[in-house]
Each structure stands twice: as C-alpha cells, then as structure tokens.
Design a protein around this ligand. Structure first.
Ligand code: ADP
Ligand code: MG
Length: 338
C-alpha cells in the first residue's frame, strides 16, 4: 500500500519535471503582437520574457526618435528647422540611407517626403497633385541636399527627411543584436512586412517565411532561411484609387509620382535588415529589368519579384529554398542567373 503510493508520487514528480523542462530551456515560444511604426508587429522569441519586453521597448524608443509625424521626434525637429541635432544612431542611419541613395542612383531617396505628403500618404487624405505642384516639389527632392556633421544634419531650403523606407529594417538589425546580447539564439520578428530571422529554429532547422500574394488569398510562396532578413515592398499595402487609377505609397523620386511599372512586389533577402529594407523599396522603384541588372552587380542580397501580370521570378541564390503556393502551385518560378 505504502509502496504503491510512493510509486505514484514518483511518477507524478517525473511528470512535473518533464512538463517544466521545455519552459526552463527556453524552448517554448514567447509571443507579443502590438502596433508600432504604423504597422502591426509580431515578435516570437525563444528565451526569457524580459527579452521579449526589451525588444518591444527598443522598437518604441526608435519610433519616438525616427518618426516623421511625431512632433517630439528628432526627424520632426530637423524637418521643422531645416536641420538640427541628431544623435549618433539617427545620424548613422541617415548616412547609411544616403549611401543606399547613391548606390541605387537615387531610387531610394529619404528626401522624397514633400511628394509623399502631397499625395496624402502620411495623413490618409489622398489627392492627386497637379503637374505644376509636382514639378515645384521635385526641386525639394534631392538626397545630395542633405549635409551631415558630427552634431546633426542640415537640409537645403525646403527639404524634408523621411526614414520610413529604412526604419523598420534598421530596427530589426538593432533587435537582433540586442537579443543575441541577451543570449537568445532563436527568434523570428515580423515588423509588418519586414521579417528578421534570428538564428535558426530551436530544432536547428531553417525558418519558413511566407511571401504574401499581392493579389490576396493564399501566400505566393514560402522560402526557408536562417539568420537573415526578408523584406517585401509592394504597392498592395498602402494605396488609393481615384477615377479608376491606383496610386501606391512608394514614389519614384525622379517624377514625384507613385511607382507604376508592372511590379506588384519585391522581396529582398539579405544578412542585414537595413540593406533588405532599403533595397526592397529601391528595386520596386527601379522596375524588373533594372532591378535584375542591379542584383547582377551586387553580392549582398537575393530577391523574389512578383509582377502584375502574374510572373514569379527568383534570383538563383534563393530559388533552391523557394516553394510556390496558392495560384503559383504547379508552376516553376522563373530563375535569374548572375
Ligand atoms: P513599408 O514602409 O510600407 O513597408 P517601404 O519600406 O517600401 O514600405 O517604405 C515606404 C515608405 O517610404 C513610404 O510610406 C514613404 O514614407 C517612403 N518612401 C516612398 N517612396 C520612397 C522612395 N523612393 N525612397 C525613400 N522613401 C520612400
Ligand atoms: Mg523599405
């Protein structure tokens, strides 16, 4: 009788130990979903609760500093006064973005804000500006008009900065570094279309990252990657329609008009989140042919393109880990080679 009781008690202790084990080893995912930087973010972290909370705080602190619409931000003050103080981190991001402007021939341009604003993309009060208005605004769109020194930056007359095309990618790099410092080996962070894969899954396999079909419905494809950023830019996320014409939130800095070149989305896969974010926007502006040329001349990213006429095109470095879904099922992706 006593022995039976002991056996049962021992079994119970073992059961409790087994149940407690995954939590102790950080093998259970901790998840948080919240809105920041104008988008819904979901962070999944295999680690301590504090790491998840710290990650959310970091994003909010970056948003406060980098937001173009928040009257308390460094960028807002710079835009108000035609220049001013930026801390070393903001300055570093501005300089990095100017580097991408140069590298992409101005397809990415952090001074495009006057045009973005004229179309109503910051407020949601959409309108189609006149040709005269746009040509006047274009004089204020020129990344070479941004001067930086150790204390901040200065803008040429009437110019304004918008880090919206690079802020989430940069934030994802900061978060990866922070999580790694805290000993987290495994996490997947979704910053609204910007995905950062920290390490691999706890079982050592690659993460599956789904790429949205710009047409809606099921995902277009899934790619398997580890320790990489996957960032998509597309016209389907934010746009408005007037008189049967669709106007998208990514602006061609050369014309001041929304991009309309037959690309539905561009996904860039890179080690750096900033690179992936900057280049997904820039490649979307360039259009398919120029973007492929640009990829051929680069060695720090891979890309997946979806066109409005239903083509799915992958660069050769990502094609082997890509599998099609949804309306692309049963078709082979087109592969571009170096
Ligand atoms: P999202 O922020 O929607 O994920 P992107 O990273 O492509 O997409 O950034 C788009 C944002 O960047 C726009 O909302 C606008 O604020 C700004 N922007 C638009 N066109 C450009 C451009 N050519 N270069 C730099 N920034 C741009
Ligand atoms: Mg971007």
């Amino acid at each position: 009788m006593r022995r039976a009781f002991l056996r049962r008690a021992a079994a119970l202790v073992i059961l409790i130990a087994v149940l407690a084990l995954p939590a102790c080893a950080g093998r259970e995912p901790l998840r948080a979903t919240f809105t920041a930087m104008d988008t819904v973010m979901t962070f999944t972290v295999y680690g301590k609760k504090a790491s998840l909370e710290n990650a959310e705080s970091t994003v909010r602190a970056l948003e406060k500093k980098l937001s173009v619409t928040d009257a308390g931000s460094e960028i807002y003050a710079i835009n108000e006064h035609g220049g001013g103080y930026a801390d070393s981190e903001t300055l570093g991001l501005i300089r990095a973005a100017l580097g991408f402007a140069e590298r992409t021939g101005g397809a990415l341009d952090i001074t495009v804000y006057p045009a973005v604003r004229a179309w109503g993309f910051t407020t949601g009060e959409y309108r189609v500006p006149s040709d005269e208005e746009l040509s006047a605004l274009l004089e204020k769109v020129d990344w070479t008009g941004v001067m930086t020194d150790s204390g901040g930056c200065k803008l040429r007359q009437g110019m304004m900065l918008d880090l919206g095309a690079v802020a989430k990618g940069y934030a994802s790099d900061r978060l990866r570094a922070q999580l790694e410092d805290e000993g987290v080996e495994s996490a997947i962070l979704n910053l609204g279309g910007n995905v950062m894969c920290v390490g691999k899954k706890p079982d050592g396999s690659d993460w599956s990252v789904a790429i949205t079909d710009p047409e809606g419905g099921e995902y277009a494809c899934v790619i398997k990657v580890g320790d990489a950023a996957v960032v998509t830019s597309g016209g389907y996320q934010r746009f408005f329609e007037q008189d049967g014409v669709i106007y998208r939130h990514i602006i061609d800095p050369a014309t001041g008009r929304p991009v309309d070149n037959g690309l539905a989305s561009v996904t860039v896969i890179a080690q750096s989140g900033l690179t992936a974010d900057a280049l997904s926007t820039a490649l979307y502006v360039m259009g398919l042919e120029k973007a492929i040329e640009f990829w051929r001349a680069s060695d720090d990213f891979e890309a997946v393109f979806i066109t409005e006429d239903g083509r799915l095109i992958a660069t050769e470095g990502i094609a082997p880990v890509l599998s099609v879904r949804g309306r692309f099922r049963g078709t082979e992706p087109e592969i571009v080679k170096k």
